[in-house]
Design a protein around this ligand. Structure first.
Ligand SMILES: Nc1ncnc2c1ncn2[C@@H]1O[C@H](COP(=O)(O)OP(=O)(O)OP(=O)(O)O)[C@@H](O)[C@H]1O
Ligand SMILES: [Mg+2]
Length: 251
């Protein structure tokens, strides 16, 4: 699985124009191969911008990112992204949304059915395969989105507040399911969240960005054992990290 390096990356929207806005400033980061990383920071500090650049949706104004030594340029199936806003296709059923990527690459009908069955189950949408997105709740649409990205089997999973809209119970179940899936596949994950507890529960490493322009304010290594379970949320170690990170975010 690949390693991602962010090398002295700075991004200014509208660089050189009046009203230019520097969003990220001299970011240096390493996302180790197969690791689970979270990014936290206040609203507007550049988290989505950073993730979109990893997806290759646009180029940083200075510095670069590399994946296994190759500069990231443009989108690639190896880097799958779950966007902050859901991005389901309204004209496709749940199942067809999920198998979209494989279908595009010419998967057979049998392969598509297998993928649809596997991932609708994994994201908890069994029984809804033939529904249209307009018939789903916001949280369910989000799960279609996640299933569609998983079904593409990327090496790098970029997730922008994927569980932000879910209720607490669904969210905890999705977190555990994500860890189970990740533990099997060992993808390199970069996960953006506002939720400190979520970041601790999931991650090997948590990057705290300062307010805009986002700079790397702190890196927290989380050494809680794996596999993680819900009881760990109440341990001293967990709570100590939570307290520390809480104090770092501007409220
Ligand atoms: N395409 C764009 N053009 C100009 N400015 C932009 C663009 N996209 C984002 N911005 C600005 O960049 C800043 C960072 O935006 P970004 O979406 O990365 O923040 P964020 O950390 O993800 O915030 P949130 O936690 O609210 O999702 C914001 O001030 C936003 O207005
Ligand atoms: Mg964002």
């Amino acid at each position: 699985m690949p390693e991602i390096l962010v090398d002295n990356l700075t991004h200014t929207f509208g660089k050189g124009e009046p009203g230019a806005l520097t969003v990220l400033d001299k970011i240096n980061l390493t996302f180790e191969s197969g690791s689970f990383n979270s990014i936290i920071g206040t609203s507007g500090c550049g988290k989505s911008t950073l993730l979109k650049m990893m997806a290759g949706l646009f180029t940083p104004s200075d510095g670069q990112m590399t994946l296994d030594g190759e500069v990231i340029e443009g989108t690639d199936r190896r880097r799958g992204m779950v966007f902050q806003q859901d991005a389901v296709f309204p004209w496709m059923t749940v199942a067809k949304n999920i198998s979209y990527g494989p279908r595009l690459r010419g998967a057979s009908k049998a392969e598509q059915s297998e993928i649809e069955a596997k991932w609708t189950e994994m994201v908890g949408l069994r029984g809804f395969e033939d529904r249209w997105p307009r018939e789903l709740s916001g949280g369910m649409r989000k799960r279609v989105d996640i299933g569609r990205v998983y079904a593409n089997d990327p090496d790098v999973l970029l997730m922008d507040e994927p569980f932000g809209a879910l209720d607490a119970q669904t969210k905890e179940r999705m977190q555990s399911d994500l860890l189970t899936t990740w533990q099997k596949s060992k993808k390199t994950v970069v996960f953006v969240t506002h939720d400190i507890e979520e970041a601790i529960f999931l991650s090997d490493k948590i990057i705290v960005l300062s307010s805009r322009p986002g700079r790397v304010h702190h890196i927290e290594e989380v050494s809680l054992p794996r596999p993680r379970n819900d009881e760990m949320r109440l341990t001293e170690e967990f709570l100590a990290i939570k307290r520390r990170l809480w104090g770092m975010l501007d409220h």
